[in-house]
Design a protein around this ligand. Structure first.
Ligand SMILES: [Zn+2]
Length: 847
């Protein structure tokens, strides 16, 4: 009986899956393959497209291919948060692979105008990077990479030999390994042996937060500029190491679409990108057209997506002398799915990505010399354009916060931007940039275009629609002093020594023997981490709510509101151990700590004043799961976990009915979670008993709806158009959007939400149309948009009118705090992070 059962089971299994797909479905017919190279099926035990490859299996196949052939090596360039390898399979002819380092060095010399003239382009290979699945749940991309690698390594004949002789191909099989692992696990485990094609099926409803994002739920295809994650840090380092001439970026879009390849919408291209980039992209597109025609796949090219935001995988290369190409395949997000255009299968989606990978390679081969010449010209032209540009250099500093300056410099250096210490003091706009703490970025360098993109505010646009944010001025996001030098004479003597690594913030412990208390200030970025560390050791800590001047003869210093006081007496550790802990926070967080000999101050409150308030250690909970906003929640989790070592308990909505909230004193709400009435009652009781609620972005609409606070919103701008034509309906509806723009706010520096800020104006990022009205209590709106708020980005006059004078942050009653806009956007808005940390630490003392 058993003997007959097994074959029957195997038969039904293969009949009812995608196993009718064979390798021939994908591969080109006129090519023979080296049988010593393992096919995907020999390695995985199933054909590509039958199941979703998990990241680990795809990675080991790449290693196996490298091992089996002299045509390839594997280069690891980093590790994801979950310690999965990030890397690329480098493929070329065996002769080129042997000579790889020399070819690489010759190639990158094209990007150095001082030597690039000597290069004989006709003898140089082209470098092509094929990148798959930066969004981890866009699986046809990563699964296609296995086929492309197999084709290039096993394929035989003149055509492939010619290609490999003239190109170095870098296959990055999975740009987001952690997201890929989540999604592939989901679709394989939710799959039935009989493919269920119903779009309502569980298989297509990936669980929150989905596999699109990385470990901390960030969209990695927005991080090429901010470089806050190991995946993009490694990838951009690899980009600058190899400077590939073509960079593909393979994605999936909605299931009801067809296939998209760039150029995209040309009017929305970033004006800093050179014109020939679009021409080259269009010319490469002719090859995609030919290849997709040959397999009969439908496609579109110029009506969607754009390369305005330069922090994406397809746009970052465009502003670095290369050509980036975005591909978007209709996503199955499962194995076989009904769509209005018919059944969409996973193998079909994979085949399209495989096919345009090949058309890209043919385009690269045919356009080799043109593409290399374009790269050489790009860097030559940068220096010429810099000479003509009005701005000669940007100077910047932030004397009150060494860590923020250090993190900022760290980003610039990763982008190959040259910067220097200033060689002398210079005063601009009332701010003195001292040689000891200021830096200068000259424009005349090869990254000229990218520097302008990072530093120059923009408020004029040719188009009113943006696929992503409309601005990303880095000195504003870091809230730094920054000034553009435009007069050549001012450049004299201003450039000091080159900065080759970000200066680490250096703190010091300045203390008498047997101090009475230790004090530290709140303006340094990492002060919250230091405070939490001490509180977690059980120390009693206090915060000054007014400023005072301490002066005992040896130390004279003004301490602002937000300064932390740690008395020596009454602590659970000895004076000696306390001293050791203080040394540790100086070292680990780069802050300065001052031991003081007495509780008496020269001016202002004394150290025993009741205006120096006792602090409880924050114990933070955050609602996650269905309804919560995963990118907001991920940014919060990432910041608390990776920068400040503060744990956050992430709780799903259904648990609130029974959860013991007394373990926590801070609760963060993003999005619109679905919480039962028992859960709401539980939270309200906890809030009345002293718990602080932080409503974050759209979480504030939820707070209003759930009656935690009375919040009124400013109505949206109504369209005044009297007539319109149907064709323009989508565009008209977007005119009044706020796609991500930078505004100025004014701070009440005496309010706990503003502790640690030294200037009373602050740039903020706003990317929603929601605008709240002020809380009626006049002391409860510590951060307000100014009367002329737009600093950079797109915003209509009507929306500016709506926004001005409204709150960026408010308090309602005592312990409900509204942060209406994003203080932690994409992890690079270091300038506004402190508002969020203040809500966590000081929400408890707001009266
Ligand atoms: Zn995508």
């Amino acid at each position: 009986m058993k003997k007959t059962l097994i074959p029957v089971l195997l038969f039904s299994f293969s009949l009812l899956t995608n196993s009718q797909v064979t390798l021939d479905y994908y591969l080109r017919k006129n090519i023979t393959y080296n049988s010593s190279v393992p096919t995907p099926k020999q390695f995985f035990g199933h054909e590509i497209g039958e199941w979703h490859l998990t990241h680990d299996r795809l990675y080991y196949y790449m290693l196996e291919l490298a091992k089996s052939s002299g045509r390839a090596i594997w280069e690891e360039y980093g590790r994801s948060y979950e310690n999965r390898p990030l890397g690329q399979l480098i493929i070329s002819s065996p002769e080129n692979i042997k000579d790889l380092e020399k070819l690489r060095l010759d190639h990158i010399s094209l990007c150095d105008p001082t030597v690039s003239g000597k290069a004989d382009i006709s003898k140089m290979p082209l470098f092509i990077k094929l990148g798959y699945g930066v969004h981890g749940n866009e699986s046809s991309a990563q699964n296609a990479s296995a086929l492309v690698a197999y084709y290039l390594i096993a394929g035989e004949g003149k055509e492939i030999d010619d290609l490999l002789k003239n190109t170095i191909i870098l296959i990055d099989p999975a740009l987001n390994p952690d997201g890929m692992q989540r999604h592939s696990t989901w679709v394989n485990f939710a799959r039935s042996l009989n493919n269920n094609t119903d779009p309502a099926s569980w298989e297509f409803s990936e669980t929150w937060p989905g596999g699109r994002s990385n470990h901390y739920w960030f969209d990695l295809n927005r991080d090429y500029l901010a470089l806050q994650h190991p995946e993009s840090q490694g990838r951009v380092a690899a980009f600058h190491k190899w400077k590939p001439n073509i960079n593909t970026d393979h994605h999936e879009t909605g299931a009801n679409e067809t296939f998209f390849f760039q150029p995209g919408i040309q009017s929305r291209n970033n004006p800093l990108t050179p014109a020939d980039n679009q021409e080259l992209t269009s010319e490469i597109g002719k090859y995609h057209e030919k290849y997709l025609n040959s397999i009969g796949s439908l496609y579109f090219t110029e009506e969607s997506f754009d390369d305005f935001y330069v922090g994406k995988g397809s746009s970052y290369p465009d502003i670095h002398g290369s050509v980036g190409i975005l591909f978007e395949q209709a996503g199955v997000r499962g194995h076989l799915r009904e769509t209005p255009g018919g059944l969409l299968s996973f193998p079909f989606a994979i085949r399209n990505h495989f096919t345009v990978s090949l058309s890209t390679l043919e385009a690269g081969l045919k356009m080799k010399n043109k593409l290399l010449e374009s790269q050489r010209n790009f860097y030559r032209e940068a220096l010429v354009l810099a000479d003509k540009h009005t701005v000669k250099a940007f100077i910047f500093n932030e004397p009150s916060d060494n860590a923020r300056v250090s993190e900022f410099i760290n980003i610039l250096l990763q982008h190959n931007i040259k910067l220097f210490r200033t060689g002398r003091d210079i005063t601009k706009n009332g701010i003195t940039y001292k040689a000891e703490n200021s830096f200068i970025v000259p424009l005349k360098q090869t990254e000229y275009r990218f520097i302008r993109s990072l530093f120059e505010p923009v408020t004029e646009f040719t188009d009113s629609i943006f696929y992503d944010t409309s601005t990303w001025v880095l000195p504003l996001s870091f809230n730094l002093n920054c000034y553009p030098l435009t007069i050549q004479k001012e450049m004299e003597g201003i450039t000091g020594s080159e900065v080759t690594s970000a200066p680490l913030p250096q703190g010091k412990l300045d203390s008498p023997e047997n101090p009475y208390a230790y004090l530290f200030e709140w303006n340094e970025y990492y002060s919250p981490g230091a405070l939490y560390f001490l509180q977690d050791k059980g120390l009693k800590t206090r915060v000054a709510t007014e400023s005072f001047v301490y002066d005992d003869g040896s130390l004279k210093k003004t301490f602002s509101p937000g300064s932390i006081i740690v008395p020596v007496s009454g602590q659970p550790v000895s004076g000696n151990d306390l001293d050791i802990l203080m040394k540790k926070i100086v070292k680990d967080f780069g802050i300065s700590v001052y031991g003081v000999a007495t509780g008496m101050t020269r001016e202002g409150i004394d150290l025993g004043s009741n205006k120096i308030m006792v602090l409880e250690k924050p114990s933070v909970a955050m609602i996650v799961g269905d309804g919560a906003n995963s990118s907001d929640a991920g940014e919060i989790w990432h910041m608390l976990d990776t920068r400040f070592n503060i744990p956050v308990t992430m709780i799903t909505s259904p648990r609130f009915g029974t959860a013991d909230l007394n373990r926590y004193n801070v609760l963060i709400i993003t999005g619109s979670p679905e919480i039962s009435s028992a859960g709401l009652e539980n939270i309200k009781t906890w809030n009345r008993n002293g718990g602080t609620i932080i409503g974050y972005e759209s979480g504030n609409s939820w707070l209003a709806k759930s009656k935690f606070a009375e919040i009124e919103f400013v109505p949206a701008v109504t369209d005044k158009k009297k007539d319109g034509i149907y064709l323009n309906k989508p565009a008209d509806s977007q005119v009044q959007q706020i796609p991500g723009s930078i505004f100025q706010t004014k701070l009440d520096l005496t309010h706990p939400l503003c502790y640690g800020y030294t200037r009373d104006i602050m740039p903020v990022f706003k990317s929603t149309n929601t605008v709240a009205k002020k809380d009626p209590n006049i002391y409860n709106n510590p951060i307000l948009y100014t009367d002329a708020p737009l600093l950079s980005g797109y915003c209509t006059k009507e929306n500016i009118e709506r926004i001005k004078g409204t709150p960026f942050a408010s308090v309602h009653g005592t312990r409900v705090i509204s942060l209406y806009d994003n203080t932690n956007f994409r992890a690079y808005w270091y300038g506004t992070n402190k508002v969020f940390m203040n809500a966590i630490f000081f929400g408890q003392i707001i009266r």
